[in-house]
Design a protein around this ligand. Sequence first.
Ligand SMILES: Cc1cc2nc3c(=O)[nH]c(=O)nc-3n(C[C@H](O)[C@H](O)[C@H](O)COP(=O)(O)OP(=O)(O)OC[C@H]3O[C@@H](n4cnc5c(N)ncnc54)[C@H](O)[C@@H]3O)c2cc1C
Length: 421
Amino acid sequence: MDFDHSDKVQRLRAQLSDFMRFHVEPANVAWHREVAAGRYPLALIERLKSKAFSEELWNLFLPGLSDGDPGQRLSNVEYAPLAEIMGRVHWASEVFNCNAPDTGNMELLHLAATPEQRSQWLDPLLIGEIRSCFAMSEPDAASSDARNIRTTIRRDGDHYVVNGRKWFITGPAHPNCKLAIVMGVSNDSLPPTSHERHSMLLVPMDTPGLSIVRNIPIMHYHSPEGHCELLFRDVRVPAANLLGEEGKGFRLAQDRLGPGRVHHCMRTIGQCEVALELMAERALEREAFGKHLADFANVQDWIAESRLEIDQARLLVMQAAHRMDRAGNAAARVDVSAIKLVAARLQTRVVDRAMQVFGAMGLTPDTPLSYLWTWGRAMRFLDGPDEVHLRVVARAELAKAKAQAGQNAHHFVPPSQLLSV
Ligand SMILES: Cc1cc2nc3c(=O)[nH]c(=O)nc-3n(C[C@H](O)[C@H](O)[C@H](O)COP(=O)(O)OP(=O)(O)OC[C@H]3O[C@@H](n4cnc5c(N)ncnc54)[C@H](O)[C@@H]3O)c2cc1C
C-alpha cells in the first residue's frame, strides 16, 4: 500500500488548508453566534459554499461522478486527507458539499436512481441547492438490525403509501431539506429474517402526512439541522419514487453505509488532531503545584498515547479506503467496521484527556471539546453501534479460523515430546 499523496492531492490539501484558515476558521465565532440567535440556515454558509464551488473545492467525496457533474473525482484514499482537514471545524464539510447525510444519499442516488429521479434529486444535491435526509431508524425497533424496521410501504395502484415513525433522522430541520430517503417494509409476507422485505422510497419533505415531531437534542446539544423524529401518516407518493427494485432496501442500505461510515472516521481523525493540539497547548501554558501541566508525567503520557492512537487510526482509515478503491465497498466491509469502531472510541478517549487537561473549562462551550466528546459518543451508535461492528470483525476472524482448521497443529508441543528430550 502506498499512501504518499499524489501531486493533485498535495495541491488540493494546500488549497483546502488555506481555505479553512482564511475563510472557515475566521467565521467560526459568527457561525456559533448566528446559530444561537436562531438565524438558520446561515447566510455565511451559502457565501462560503459559492466560494468553494468556484474554487472547485466541491464534491470531493464521490469517486464515480458522471461527466459534467461538478467535483474532483477523487478516490477514497485521495479523499481521506481532505476529509481530515474539513473535520477540524465541525460544520465545515457542508461548505464543500461533503456533509453527511447528503454524501451518503448522493452515493445512493448515483448508484440506483432512474434518469428522472436523478434530475429531480441528485442534480440539485450535487450543486448544493437542496439537502436531504435518510430515514431508517425507528423508536419501536432495534434499528442496529435493519431487518427490524417496521414502517410500511404499501403499493396502492400507481402509488406507494407510507405509515410509520422514524427518529434520530439527521437533517430535516434544515429548511433546504427537500427529500427523505425512507426505508420500510414492502413485503410483510416474507419471514422477519429475510433480507428482501424492505424497500427504499423517495419522499419529498412537503408530502402531506409527513411531519417533523421534534428535533431531538444529543446530550443537550441542539443541532440546527436536527436529529429529528418524523411521523409518516398515509404519506402517498407516485410508484415511480421507488429507489431501485422492490425488496432491495436492505441491500441498498448496506451499499450506502460503507463509504459514509469511513467519511465520518476521516473527519474524526481531524477532530482528534484538534483536541490533541489544544491539550498540548494548554499543558504548556497552565501551571499547577509549581510546574507546567506539560511537566507532569501523566499529562505527557496522555499526549503521547493520543499521538500514537490517532496515527494508528489514520492508518486503519487508509487501509479501509484503499480496500474500497481496489476491491469495492462490499469487499472492504470488515475494514470499514474495524475503523468505524476504532474511530468512535478514539474520539471520546482523546477528547476526554483534553477535557481533563483543560479542567472545568473543558466542559463548557468555550472550547470545541464538549461538542467533540458528545459527537464521539454519538458516533458509537450512528451508522451502527460498536457491538455490531465488533461482531462483523469477529465473524470474519472465526470464518478464517474455520477455513484453516488444523493448520496450527504444529504450534502445540505435547508434554511427552518435551520430556523425551
Ligand atoms: C447523532 C445521531 C444521528 C443519527 N442519524 C441517523 C440518520 O440520519 N438516519 C437514521 O436512520 N438513523 C440515524 N441514527 C440512528 C442510529 O443509526 C441508531 O441509533 C443505531 O443504528 C442503533 O440503533 P438503536 O438506537 O435502535 O439501538 P438498538 O438497535 O436498540 O441497540 C441498542 C444496543 O444493543 C446492543 N446491540 C445491538 N446489536 C448488538 C449485537 N449484534 N451484539 C451485541 N450487542 C448489540 C448495542 O449495545 C446497542 O447500543 C442516528 C443516531 C445518532 C445518535
